[in-house]
Structure formats: structure tokens, C-alpha cells
Design a protein around this ligand. Structure first.
Ligand code: PLP
Length: 376
């Protein structure tokens, strides 16, 4: 049986070059970067070289990059710091952010009842209305953080970072973007738009799990989320995972070097998938619209709602890994919080699938997926 991985928005495979640098560090550079002896100094050099490399990839300064354990940590940290350290009393966001943002906001609200959280309206494709954001920013003197993800991980809606950054700068608001789905897939140049905080995670761009970074704009003073030693200039305690940090830098370098090629390849694959799926299922709908990000395709299948509960299991049995965008809890189907915001109640009952591509996927894999869905 073929094994087909079409769940690259969940995580990606490690590429050989990344495994190579990572295992080399594990074997040969096991010193603690905080130690002052030669073993430690060698590890420290690797960590700082990786920091410079990552900074260069997003056109930041090395001092603006702080390593974390994952995207979730980065989002938690930025949001908590905005409220606790930067006197933010209002956060503007949407209901389709990742749970790393939404659940953190719930906790912050519980701890700080005076914190105002405003959820922007969304159109049927999950896009915000810039005028609404502008009006909100202009209407209040409250210190505000705008927290909006760059690319939605379920439906691929893309935020206009430049436009939102301008509105934030003009109105003296902080801007945080969860760029977990876009770093390594779009060139991010922090000098080309206004941004205070970016969050990234290596396992989304063919790097290892358990490592990520935040971009923290120069002169933004926040306190650590994790307390202990003096690592990361006192901003994030805990011995650095040197092998993962080095591997993340390598993965980002390779992703950005090949970005245009991969993007063209993946976009072509996505278009091919749309055409093939529409031929097989003429009434198919695309969640997030045709303009969604190039590696994410989320569809509502025009088949019986009875099939919703078993579709992922069925595809898995046929060797295909995709994601439904709904969590199945104790036999009942709980729709994804993202689809619940944008779909009609009828469409929400039908099976939705998130197919997410990498440059390793092929047209014949798409053919197999379409054939398998057709036979369902
Ligand atoms: N933000 C977005 C948009 C994501 O897609 C994810 C992962 O699915 C996260 C945050 C969390 O990242 P991590 O898995 O590194 O904690």
C-alpha cells in the first residue's frame, strides 16, 4: 500500500541535510553553551552562529532572535508579556487564531478581568476588515496589542502584514503575528513592514520538533516566561538545545534558498489537486477560498454527512494522511473552531478535509487521493 503524507501544515519531515547537522552536533558538540571551557565555548559558537543565520533570513539583528521550545511557547510568551510587562489593556485578534493564542487569551482574561479582548469580524474566507481594525485602533486610547496570524493553519487565509503593521504603527499599537505557518514558506523581511513580535516553529519548515524562535523588536523590554539561568541574555532560561537550534537554522536557510522553486512546485500541485477534485466532485467547496495560502487546501466534500465521522479513518486505512480540521471527541464530531466561524451550519456537518502539501508530494499522490475519495 502506498503511504502518502498530505498533512504538512501539522508537521513536516526532516530533510537529510538537517539530520546531518543535527547528528553531528549531538555526536561532537555536546558541551553546555553556558560553560566557559572549550567544550562549552564550541557549543556557544554554534548557538550564536545559528542565531545570526536566522536573523539574516528575516533581515533582523541577531539580538532580536530568542530561541524557544516551539510556536506555542512563543505565542504564550508574547501575549503574557504584552499584558504583564508592556501595560497592554486591550488585545485585538480573531476567533480563528491558533489555540496557542486563543487559550492564552482566555487565561489572561481570567487573571486580568479588566483586559479587553476584541475579536474582529471575518468574511466567509476568514479575512479581516481593515476598516474595522482602523476604526477600533482610532477609537480608543487603551494600550493595544494586535495579534493576528499571518497564515491560518486550517484554511490558509493570508493576512496583509504590511497593511496591519502600518495601522498599528500609526495608532501606536503593538503588533504580534503568529508566523508559524509562513516562516520558511514566504520571505519575511522585518525591515519591510512594522512588526514587534513574530513567532516561528522549526518543525513546520522541515526542521526538528521542540524548537522555535521569536523575533522581538529591538528595545522592546519584556520579562522571561521561563525563569532560571541566564541563557538567552536572561530572557529564556534553560540549557539551549544546541542540536535543534543548529538544525533549525539549517532548515530555514535551505527553505529560503529554495523558496521560489518549492513555491512554484507546490502551487502547481495545489492547482492540480483543485482541478482533479472538482472534476470528481463538481459541487466541492473550498474553505478559505481559492486565494488561500499555496500549501493549504481545505475542502468541503459534497457527500453524505454520515461520512464525516469516518473519513479520516478511511483515508488512513488507505495509507493517506490528511487532516479533517475537526476534533472527534468521544465519538461525536466537534467542528474545528475555525470552520465553525466561517461555514454555514449545513456545510459544517459535511466532511471537511485539510490537505497540506510539501515539495515532496507528487501529482500521482493526488491522483491516488482523488481516486480513494471517489471510492469512499
Ligand atoms: N501557531 C500555528 C499557526 C500553528 O499552526 C501551530 C502548530 O500547529 C502553532 C502555532 C504551534 O506550534 P508548535 O507546534 O511549534 O507549538
Amino acid at each position: 500500500m502506498e503511504k502518502i503524507y498530505l498533512d504538512n501544515a501539522s508537521t513536516t519531515c526532516l530533510i537529510p541535510e538537517v539530520i546531518e547537522v543535527m547528528t553531528d552536533v549531538l555526536k561532537n558538540t555536546y558541551g553546555n553553551p553556558s560553560s566557559t571551557h572549550a567544550f562549552g565555548r564550541s557549543a556557544k559558537v554554534l548557538v550564536e552562529t545559528a542565531r545570526k543565520s536566522i536573523a539574516k533570513q528575516i533581515n533582523a539583528q541577531a539580538t532580536e532572535i530568542v530561541f524557544t521550545s516551539c510556536g506555542t511557547e512563543g505565542d504564550n510568551w508574547v501575549l503574557s508579556a504584552a499584558v504583564n510587562d508592556l501595560n497592554v489593556t486591550r488585545i485585538i485578534t480573531t476567533k480563528i487564531e491558533h489555540h496557542a493564542v486563543l487559550h492564552t487569551l482566555e487565561i489572561l482574561k481570567l487573571k486580568n478581568p479588566e483586559l479587553e479582548i476584541v475579536y474582529l469580524d471575518l468574511n466567509q474566507n476568514g479575512n479581516i476588515n481593515h476598516n474595522q481594525l482602523q476604526n477600533l485602533l482610532e477609537a480608543s486610547d487603551k494600550k493595544t496589542l494586535v495579534s493576528l496570524m499571518h497564515v491560518n493553519n486550517e484554511i490558509g487565509t493570508v493576512l496583509n502584514l504590511k497593511k496591519v503593521g502600518e495601522l498599528c504603527a500609526y495608532n501606536n499599537a503593538y503588533f504580534h503575528s503568529d508566523t508559524v505557518q509562513s516562516v520558511g514558506k514566504e520571505i519575511i523581511d522585518v525591515q519591510s513592514f512594522n512588526i514587534d513580535f513574530l513567532v516561528a516553529s522549526a518543525h513546520k519548515f522541515h526542521g526538528p520538533k521542540g524548537v522555535g524562535f521569536i523575533y522581538l523588536k529591538k528595545n522592546t523590554i519584556i520579562q522571561p516566561l521561563i525563569h532560571g539561568g541566564e541563557q538567552e541574555k536572561g530572557l529564556r532560561a534553560g540549557t539551549e538545545a544546541v542540536h535543534q537550534i543548529v538544525a533549525m537554522a539549517k532548515a530555514l536557510e535551505i527553505a529560503n534558498q529554495n523558496l521560489e522553486n518549492y513555491k512554484n512546485q507546490i502551487s502547481e500541485l495545489k492547482n492540480y489537486a483543485i482541478t482533479s477534485l472538482k472534476t470528481a466532485f463538481p459541487d466541492l467547496k473550498i474553505n478559505g477560498g481559492e486565494q488561500a495560502f499555496y500549501n493549504i487546501l481545505n475542502i468541503v466534500l459534497p457527500v453524505s454527512a454520515d461520512k464525516t465521522a469516518m473519513i479520516l479513518f478511511y483515508l488512513d486505512m488507505q495509507g493517506i494522511a490528511v487532516s479533517r480540521g475537526s476534533a472527534c471527541q468521544s465519538g461525536s464530531i466537534k467542528p474545528s473552531h475555525v470552520l465553525a466561524e466561517i461555514l454555514s451550519p449545513t456545510d459544517l456537518l459535511l466532511p471537511s478535509l485539510r490537505i497540506s502539501f510539501s515539495h515532496f508530494n507528487t501529482k500521482s499522490e493526488i491522483d491516488y487521493l482523488v481516486k480513494t475519495l471517489k471510492n469512499m
